[in-house]
Design a protein around this ligand. Structure first.
Ligand SMILES: [Fe+2]
Ligand SMILES: [Fe+2]
Length: 279
């Protein structure tokens, strides 16, 4: 892969080529980007498919854009580069060039998932009230107990994010969290997160007229004990404001490691067999 970089009156110009893959992209744009949330500049490029825009906006030619040009280790765009938008207003009208371009942007956006998850966890500090600890503190405490119990990284991260859906999807927050973590961990961990809501009823279901024994339907499941342990030792225990809970910084490296993995890597998600089809 070779790259050339130059400056124009409108901002940065970069051409990148991936030899042997018939991939080449060249863009030039006027700097008008906005600041990003995570200490990075967000980039906005307007795509003109080889035609001139009206007025002073510079010509942009996009032969073919691939994600390595947009999200590779060297980052193809300078911080003052502007990001173009595609021209179509109906998905069916988009061109291959446009979708290749958007795919590159999406890969870059996905790479920031750990930061968005940490933000989402912090927002749980303003969520459901009435307990002695916030959902954010509960999440940190659950992860802390898992870590001190010798759980592996995947299960600790699961403990950290298991209630992350509480604010937007309280009625099925277990399934939300399970869907978020599923591409990155072994099936057992996904199953435990997916089922923890039902298993937790054991501790309080009878007080709200919900069957506390719903978990019994899974008594013979091979990961029943794993979920029961998750709830007994970590989740239901973690409402104590006096427990010495680790800060988010303790778990950030683990969260980043897990959510930076190749999604749906068979060596990871299929490491312990096919995904069960339980509720
Ligand atoms: Fe929960
Ligand atoms: Fe919980």
């Amino acid at each position: 892969m070779s790259e050339t970089v130059s400056r124009s009156p409108y901002g940065s110009f970069r051409r990148c080529e991936v030899s042997g893959a018939d991939i080449r992209c060249s863009t030039e744009g006027r700097a008008n980007g906005t600041g990003g949330r995570y200490g990075k500049q967000r980039r906005f490029l307007n795509l003109t498919r080889g035609t001139d825009r009206d007025g002073p906006f510079p010509r942009v030619t996009l032969h073919r854009v691939a994600s390595p040009c947009l999200s590779g280790p060297g980052r193809s765009y300078d911080e003052d580069m502007t990001t173009k938008t595609v021209e179509f207003t109906r998905m069916a009208d988009g061109t291959r060039e446009e979708y290749q371009y958007l795919h590159g942007l999406e890969r870059e956006y996905i790479s920031e998932l750990p930061e968005r998850l940490i933000d989402a966890l912090r927002r749980l500090d303003d969520g459901l009230e009435g307990y002695k600890v916030t959902r954010y503190q509960h999440s940190l405490q659950t992860a802390t107990r898992a870590m001190r119990d010798g759980a592996d990284t995947e299960m600790i991260v699961a403990a950290l994010i298991h209630d992350i859906g509480d604010d937007l999807s309280p009625e099925n927050h277990s399934q939300v969290a399970a869907s978020i973590i599923r591409p990155y961990v072994r099936a057992e961990v996904t199953w435990v997160v997916n089922m923890h809501g039902i298993f937790q009823y054991k501790y309080y279901g009878h007080h709200i007229d919900v069957d506390p024994d719903q978990r019994d339907a899974y008594r013979d499941h091979r990961w029943y004990d794993s979920c029961a342990n998750f709830c007994e030792r970590w989740d239901q225990e973690s409402f104590d404001p006096d427990y010495p809970t680790e800060p988010i910084e303790t778990f950030e490296p683990m969260l980043r490691e897990v959510f930076s993995r190749q999604p749906f890597d068979p060596a990871i998600v299929d490491a312990d067999a096919a995904q069960p089809t339980s509720a």
